[in-house]
Design a protein around this ligand. Structure first.
Ligand code: NAP
Length: 295
C-alpha cells in the first residue's frame, strides 16, 4: 500500500485532519492517519501544519472556522492547546496536555491518547500487566507524565520517578498519588518495569545524551524495559537491557497505538493497527539522516 493517499481518492467533500506542532516536517502522524484512512476506505486526509506556540490560538480558530475534523497536537503545543480548547477530557485535564483535538460542532474537545497508547503497546508488545507491580519511569516530561499516570491508573503498586530535575520528578510522581515517589537508579533492580521517557539515544536529537540516567547494567532477566524513543527502533540502552536478559520494547508501538486512539476519537472506526504498524516500520527503515520525527 502506498504510504500516502493518492490524490485521486480525495474529493471536495474529503474530511481534513492534521498534525500541528513545530517542527512537524518529519512527523510520522500523517503517514499513520492516511494509511488508516486508505485502509478503511474513508475520504479523509491528514496533513502537516507547522504552528508555533504564539500561533496556537489562531490555528485552533482555523480548525473551528474551516471545519476540520480535528488535529493531532505535538511539541511544543500540548500544554497551550489544553488551555485553549473548549472542553478537556480525562486524562488530558489531569496532565494539562492535549495530543488530540476533536471538533464537535462548534466546540473543540481536547484529549490525550499517550497513556492509552503506552498501555496498549505494553500489553501487546511485552504482555505486561502493571497491576500490583513496581514500575519506574525515567524522565518527567510530557510523555513521562502520561506514562506515570497511566501506570498508576492501571494499578501499579509503585510508580518510581527518576529524573534530572527534582522539581519535575516530584510533580510527575504526584500524578500517581500515594503510590508515586521520587527514586534513584539504585531502585531499578527491584522494579518489574523500567521505562525510558527521556530523549536519550534518540537519533538526530540535539543535546540528547547517548543513554538515560539509569544504567542498563542494573537491569536483569524477568524485568521489562521500554524505551519510548522509536528512532532508532532499538536504542543502545534497549539493546543493553536485552543483553542483561530483560524483555525489551521500543517506542514504535506506543506511537502507533496513540495515533490509533486518535483515529477512534475522530472517526469512531476500528483502526487498522497492523497496516499502520507496517507503514511506520517501513518509513523508519527508509529514514534518511535528515529525519527528526515527532509523534
Ligand atoms: P520532554 O517533555 O521535553 O521531556 C524530556 C524529559 O527528559 C525531561 O524529564 C528531561 O528532564 C529529560 N531529559 C532531557 N534531556 C536530558 C538529559 N540530557 N539528561 C537527563 N534527562 C534529560 O519530552 P517528551 O515529549 O516527554 O519526550 C521524551 C521522549 O519520548 C522523546 O524521545 C520522544 O520522542 C519520546 N516520545 C515517544 C512517544 C511514542 O509514541 N513512542 C510519544 C511521546 C514522546 P528535565 O525534567 O530535567 O528537563
Amino acid at each position: 500500500m502506498p504510504p500516502w493517499r493518492d490524490a485521486s481518492s480525495l474529493s471536495a467533500a474529503s474530511a481534513v485532519v492534521g498534525v500541528m506542532g513545530m517542527p512537524v516536517a518529519h512527523s510520522l502522524s500523517p503517514l499513520l492517519h492516511n494509511t488508516a484512512f486508505e485502509q478503511l476506505g474513508l475520504h479523509w486526509v491528514s496533513v502537516r501544519f507547522e504552528v508555533d506556540v504564539d500561533a496556537a490560538g489562531a490555528a485552533l480558530g482555523g480548525v473551528r472556522a474551516l471545519g476540520l475534523a480535528g488535529v493531532s497536537v505535538t511539541m511544543p503545543l500540548k500544554q497551550v492547546v489544553a488551555e485553549l480548547v473548549d472542553d478537556v477530557l480525562d486524562p488530558a485535564d489531569r496532565l494539562g496536555a492535549v495530543n488530540c483535538v476533536v471538533r464537535r460542532g462548534s466546540r473543540l474537545v481536547g484529549a490525550n491518547t499517550d497513556g492509552e497508547g503506552f498501555l496498549t503497546s505494553l500489553a501487546r508488545g511485552a504482555r505486561f500487566e502493571p497491576r500490583g507491580r513496581p514500575c519506574m519511569v525515567i524522565g518527567a516530561g510530557g510523555a513521562a507524565r502520561a506514562v506515570a499516570l497511566a501506570l498508576a491508573r492501571a494499578g501499579a503498586s509503585e510508580v518510581v520517578v527518576v529524573n534530572r530535575s527534582p522539581g519535575h520528578a516530584e510533580a510527575s510522581a504526584a500524578l500517581a498519588g500515594e503510590r508515586g515517589r521520587v527514586g534513584s537508579p539504585e531502585d531499578a533492580p527491584a522494579m518489574a518495569l523500567v521505562v525510558n521517557a527521556t530523549p536519550a539515544g534518540m537519533a538526530h536529537a540535539k543535546d540528547a545524551p547517548a543513554r538515560p540516567p539509569v544504567d542498563a547494567a542494573l537491569l536483569h532477566e524477568g524485568q521489562v524495559a521500554v524505551d519510548l524513543v522509536y528512532e532508532p527502533v532499538v536504542t543502545p540502552w534497549l539493546a543493553e537491557a536485552r543483553a542483561q536478559g530483560a524483555t525489551g520494547l521500543g517506542g514504535l508501538g506506543m506511537l502507533v497505538h496513540q495515533a490509533a486512539a486518535q483515529l477512534v476519537l475522530w472517526t469512531g472506526r476500528e483502526p487498522p493497527v497492523g497496516v499502520m504498524w507496517r507503514a511506520a516500520q517501513e518509513a523508519l527503515r527508509g529514514a534518511s539522516g535528515a529525519r527528526a520525527p515527532r509523534s
